[in-house]
Structures are given as C-alpha cells and as structure tokens.
Design a protein around this ligand. Structure first.
Ligand code: SF4
Ligand code: SF4
Length: 519
C-alpha cells in the first residue's frame, strides 16, 4: 500500500464499532477482523473521502512517529481484502497474497475464502489483549445461534435441544422478521440458524430471504431431507448463505445409529444436490463421538468429495445428549487422537472453537480458547428465550426473552446473567493447573449438566481431574434441560425417521413437527 494512493473499505465489508475499536466482517470471504483501536477506525472511515492514505492519517491526527505502524495496520487490512483501491472503476483490488480463496477464478462448486480464526489488526495504541475484551463482552454477539423451531423430522439421540415437537408458542413470522430487523440494527453480521430442523417451518425460505435482504448473513444447519435439487439451486444462488449438513458417521452404520435409519443417505443426497447446484459455502458438520473418532480421515475425504468444508464439534451432555453422554463421549485416548488430528489439519477444518479444553495437551488449537457464553455467544430459542449458549438450555442460563420491552438488544446489554458471565471469573481449582491459560477450565455447559462445579475442571479434562470429580457427583441430583420437546412415545434415545409426507395446512399450535413443510 502506498501512502499517496486512495483506498477505501471494500463493498462487502461491514464495520461494527466496539469499545476496543471495531469488528470488520467481509460478507464475501466470511472473514472477521478486529481493529484494535478507535483511532484506526477513524482513519478507515476517513479513507472514503480522502485523496490519499497520507491525507486520511494526517486528518485523523496521526503524527509522523506513529505513521509507520498505522500504515502497517492498514496494509494488513488491505492484504486480507478488507480495503480496496479507489481506482477510476472503483474495482475491488488488493495485494495478491490477499486473494487466496477469493476472486473470479472459482468455478461452480469451488469454495470461497473460509471463515477462519479472526484476524486482529493491531494499531500502536495499547488497548489490552483481545481475549480480555471478549471476556468483558461485546456490543453484540459474534456468534448468535437462533433455533427457529423445536420441530424436527428426526429424533437424534444426542440432540442438544431435545427437539421433536413444535412449541405452540413459537415466534410468528412477523416476530421473526422484527427480530431480524433488530439483528440488522445491531450489526450482527450473521446468525447460525438451527433447530430442530429449521426447514420444517413453512416460512423458513421467506425468513432466509428476509435476512439476506436485511444484511444479516445466514449459516443454517440441516439434516438435509428438504434439500432437493431445486432448493439447492435456490440456496446456491444467494451469496449470503452457508449451509451445514449434519452427519455423525462416515458410514451409514455409524451415522444412522445416532441420527436414524436413512439419515446418512439423506445427508449425502443433500450435499450432492448442493454441490451440483454450485454451492460455494457448504459445510459437513460432525459431532465427535466414541464411535466416529476413528473415522476422521474418512470424514475429511467425504467432505472433500462434495466440495464441503469439514466441521467437527464436541458432544455436550445437553438436551438428549445428557442421556447418551456416558456411552458416546470420546475416551481419553480418543481425545488425544482427535487433538493430534486437529493440530495436523489446522485451518482446513472448522471446530467452532469447541475443543479448546484439548489445548491443555500442549500447543493451543486455533481459535479464541475461552468459553464465550454470554460474551460473544448466545442462543435465541424458538419461543424467543435468550440463553447464554446453545448448549445451556436451562433456567440457570436464561437471560430474558426477545418479546419483552427493548427486545434482544436490551437482553444482550443489560441482563444480570450476562453481566455476571462477563465479570472476572475465579477459575477455582483450575487456576492451579499449568494448562489453565490454554484450557480455562473448559466448557461451562458440560460442567453444569454433569453436575460439576462451574469453577472446576471440565468433565473431559485431559489431565483426568474432571473424571475424578465425576465419581463424586450424586447422579440423582443432576440438572436436566428446562425444555424437552422430544416426541412422546418410544423415541427418546431411539433414532427414528418420520416419513415426510404432504400434509394439509395445520394450525400454528399443531404439535406435528412437519406442519406445513411443503407449503
Ligand atoms: S458453555 Fe461450553 S459450549 Fe457454551 S460457549 Fe461456553 S464453552 Fe462453548
Ligand atoms: S485442571 Fe482445569 S485447567 Fe487444567 S486441564 Fe483440567 S480443566 Fe483444564
């Protein structure tokens, strides 16, 4: 970047002010960057109307002694594609090394730039470590999960939200749209939409369009049953949508034992349809269990075959997952195997930062390495209740409801629960551990639902301290999820596929999870 050139923020990049500076999100590459000083944000804003970078720096009061480091920070933004040249044609332009995974040379079905661990653009001002800012919370979540419905056509044994039946009090289409309006006002760059099975909602496709039209990107998770060729084409045609297909076994035998008969074939069919349609942001999402850790290479090969990115996540003892956690959570030697595999595959594989407790083995895994509950993460459930994290559906972690005065914004900014989660945590016994900086005691939800103290070790602590603690837990007093929408009858803990059939229009309060699926 030359100081006498004119640059500006790239078109698909949105800046959200934060106390430390700003978050920048590129809707094309899905890349998130942190501008770690308000002064740098000021300079970036001034670029739009300044004839040169030098002028923008001068107008922002950046003197000669600080000029070089500011230029370096701007250079980093340019390399990552966040800034572009203001040429006559105003075309997006960035140094070559910033073009990896982007640009016009992608064919149909090829992937765009990956959502990676966030990049910190550090200006000279000393504003503290980013992780400290995250611990105190942000003006809006980075990672907001919105479960649209508790209805689901499956009954996976480990469902974190105990889904099955629709809740009669589900947010209406109008309420859901007003919530999207609010997300837009708060500059929540994207929402992770899940359920239940979100496509079961008859207004799902309208809500998707509405979110995209209101600059809220959508990453949605599906079991794939509803993704036929036509819907795949519709999804692939929209630039702001990522699709994540769930699969918990690289073979039908392993997968269907968890998710139900026929679910392996359905997931692969959906991925094939999306690939054929040219979907560029396809992910294959796997919950790691005792039965599939040995299939990590096979999962990677499967994802590659469909042009998808592999995403591995941790099994938590939440929802119905609590019922099967003892039998399914990876054994200690499998945790080590997973850790080594993740280290070897680095940025190639997404994890949603869910394995940071494994960083206690030594080298830290990529990502934030902290529990983001109520700080950078939260959940809005189908009836508008806001929880600290998608894996913590329990009254203890309920922060409020979006239907209350002030909506989601007020819950996020003023809930006493979130305030508490954002205040300095003690770390308890874990602070004596040499691995504490990397592991931070692990996952709050995993501890809570296994009956361990929140300031103690994770139940899967790699040093064995959690397993030791579990031997002292009175299992009769274990907390259970506050909501259970599992279908009645002999389906709990037994995978079952409900056949998708055309149904007449149902009432909103109909508990049939397939109500209106084909409308
Ligand atoms: S409670 Fe667990 S799953 Fe939730 S944000 Fe914290 S570490 Fe992640
Ligand atoms: S004792 Fe605590 S900090 Fe140490 S590895 Fe175990 S969970 Fe992590």
């Amino acid at each position: 970047m030359l100081a006498d050139q004119a640059w500006r923020l790239s078109d698909p990049v949105s800046l959200r002010p934060e106390s430390f500076g700003a978050l920048a999100y590129d809707f094309t590459t899905r890349k998130l960057s942190f501008l770690k000083s308000p002064e740098l944000v000021d300079v970036v804003h001034r670029l739009a109307s300044s004839p040169s970078v030098a002028q923008a720096l001068a107008d922002a009061g950046v003197d000669g002694s600080r000029r070089r480091v500011y230029l370096q920070a701007l250079e980093s933004l340019a390399v990552s594609g966040m800034l572009c040249r203001r040429d006559a044609d105003d075309a997006r332009e960035a140094p070559e090394q910033g073009r990896e995974g982007r640009g016009t040379d992608r064919g149909a079905g090829q992937r765009r730039g990956r959502a990676r661990a966030p990049t910190a653009i550090a200006p000279p001002a000393r504003t503290g470590r980013l992780v400290d800012h995250f611990e105190y919370g942000l003006d809006a979540p980075i990672c907001l999960t919105w479960e649209l419905t508790y209805a689901c056509n499956l009954a996976c044994v480990h469902c974190l939200s105990s889904s099955g039946r629709r809740d009669p009090d589900e947010l209406s289409t109008g309420e859901a749209m007003r919530l999207i309006d609010e997300f837009e006002r708060m500059q929540i760059f994207y929402v992770n939409i899940g359920g239940g099975e979100p496509t079961v909602r008859s207004d799902f496709w309208d809500l998707l369009d509405y979110a995209v039209a209101h600059h809220v990107g959508v990453k949605f998770s599906t079991n794939g049953f509803a993704i036929d060729a036509g819907r795949a084409r519709r999804l692939a045609a929209t630039d702001y949508i990522d699709v994540q297909v769930s699969l918990d076994g690289a073979t039908a035998e392993v997968n269907d034992a968890i998710r139900g008969a026929g679910t392996y074939d359905a997931a692969l069919r959906a991925m094939a349809n999306l690939q054929a349609a040219g979907m560029r942001d396809l992910k294959m999402s796997v919950v790691c269990t005792r039965h599939n850790i040995g299939q990590l290479d096979a999962f990677k090969a499967l994802a590659d075959r469909y042009g998808a990115q592999l995403r591995l996540t941790r099994l938590r003892p939440s929802g119905r997952g609590a019922d099967v956690w003892d039998e399914l959570h990876p054994l200690p030697e499998q945790q080590r195997e997973l850790y080594d595999w993740l280290l070897a595959h680095g940025d190639d594989v997404l994890t949603g930062d869910s394995f940071f407790h494994l960083s206690a083995y030594g080298e830290a895994l990529p990502g934030l390495n902290l529990c983001g509950a109520g700080r950078v993460v939260c959940l809005v459930d189908p009836i508008g209740d806001v929880y600290a994290c998608p894996f913590a559906i329990h009254d203890r972690f309920r922060a409020g409801n979006v239907r209350a005065d002030g909506g989601f914004d007020v819950v996020w900014k003023t809930s006493p629960l979130f305030d508490d989660l954002r205040s300095p945590q003690t770390g308890g016994a874990c602070t004596q551990c040499s691995a504490y900086d990397a592991c931070r005691g692990g996952c709050m939800a995993a501890k809570f639902f296994t009956g361990l103290p929140l300031d103690g070790p994770d139940p899967e602590c790699v040093k064995g301290n959690g397993a030791h603690g579990l031997t002292r837990v009175d299992r009769a007093t274990l907390p259970t999820a506050s909501k259970d929408h599992s279908r009645r009858g002999p389906v709990r803990n037994q995978p079952v596929v409900v056949p998708l059939t055309r149904r007449p229009v149902d009432k909103a309060c109909d508990e049939n999870p397939l109500a209106g699926l084909w409308r």
